[in-house]
Ligand binder design. Sequence first.
Ligand code: PMP
Length: 495
Amino acid sequence: MRIPLDIHCGTPVYRQIETWLRENIASGSLPPETRLPSTRELAVDLGVSRITVKNAYAELEGDGLIYTRAGSGTFIAPPLDNGQLAGSRAKTDWPLWQLDATGESGPPIEMSWPFPAPADTIAFIGVGDPREFPIKDFERTVREVFARDGISALEYGGLHAGYYPLRETIARVLSSQGISARPDEVLVTTGSQQALALVCQTLLKPGDVIVVEKPTYNFALELFRSLKLKIVGIPMDKQGMRVDELEPVLQQHHPKMIYTMPVFQNPSGLCLSAPRRRQLLDLARRYNIPILEDDFASDLRYEGKALPAIKSLDDGGNVIYTGTFSKMLMPGLRIGYLLADGPVFDRLVRQKWVQDLATSNLMQHVLDTYVTVGRYQSHLRRSTRLYRKRRDALLAAIRRYLPPDVAYTIPHGGLFLWLHLPEGMPCLDLLPRALQAGVEFSPGTRYFPEPDEGNVYIRLNFATHTPEEIDEGIRRLGQVMARYRDPTGRKMTII
Ligand code: PMP
């Protein structure tokens, strides 16, 4: 272990060791249960006396940050509550520019709880199920790419809008879904999250108004907040965004962009009806406002007929469309794309260059080799079968274990079910209890522009778990709800 020491600085050496370890424990660089070197080993490593190291360890042990297990060694202790960790570096210790960076925020990035979640926690969060990923096929494809393209796949791949064959493939896949796309209108991005960021950074400036559905995708909200945009939410009903409420907002707030997810919206699972798609496009044209259409999962349809994408209704230049391979394959690939026509395309490409030069060239080569229209469609059929079963398992478990006064709309596709909780059961109260009981959900508050909204909702992802796991997870959630309602456990029994 290398700990930087300065014997001339006036701070005792044992304190320097202690402070360094404290800071690294607090930052997570030394996670719980990491084994520390013995005092003898560390003394030799650092060229100090053993008693110096012992003093440093004694201070940390006194504060409960490390512990010694007889015969095994010294370890980092499980997390303490935030107050104790923060004690290692009080807020006022930060340089002033760091303090300037505090403030401005949305909901906490990570909620922390003063207890470890059980190891068998069933988390209704995330995207797909990595256990279902065709690893063998993919491995074969990686080998094929190296054999065919050699090391060229390891270079940046040039400053352009992405690996051209992949852009052609994406254009073909989109065309097979009724969205006519030319490869030179496709920009490959590092996930569609980057596509959203590129569009906003290119077209908007701080203070501009962006219109969103209410609720909407939480990391789009994070993006808009980070760009200091003003967010105006339009409520939704079963037909998707209440487009009839949009025009007054356009007149009053003069927004610079409309962000929408017309299919299997995240988090509501709802779809924008066909007439509303046309009305939305019509308003956008009349008021000269770009539509940012986020199509993250429209392929995953379990029943019903697909409606035309807003992009496919556009006669040119009004809609920027984003898509991703994250839901179809896996999010760790980090490949998404946007489709845009008109002068804005070049500006988006330049913005992409300054952000990250290029999306992983290797992964673009691999994905292009892996994804053919045929394989894409067969993958789709398989995922659709699998996730439909899981959606149905979730619906059955909700009916079986949750109180009858929960409310939800059955999602006809996508990954999420948006659940309205019973009266007087706020999701932020429920979440720590659920975590303790080994079940996790995404609290509704994350999906609203205002932090005090959404406490009556939770979002459940049904794609990441098997039907058996879903059943068990919802059984646990049902017990948590029953106990919340009646802590004595007398009035309501959950079988
Ligand atoms: N849009 C929506 C609606 C999403 O839910 C997500 C991710 N969950 C994204 C965009 C970004 O996905 P990715 O960057 O993995 O393509």
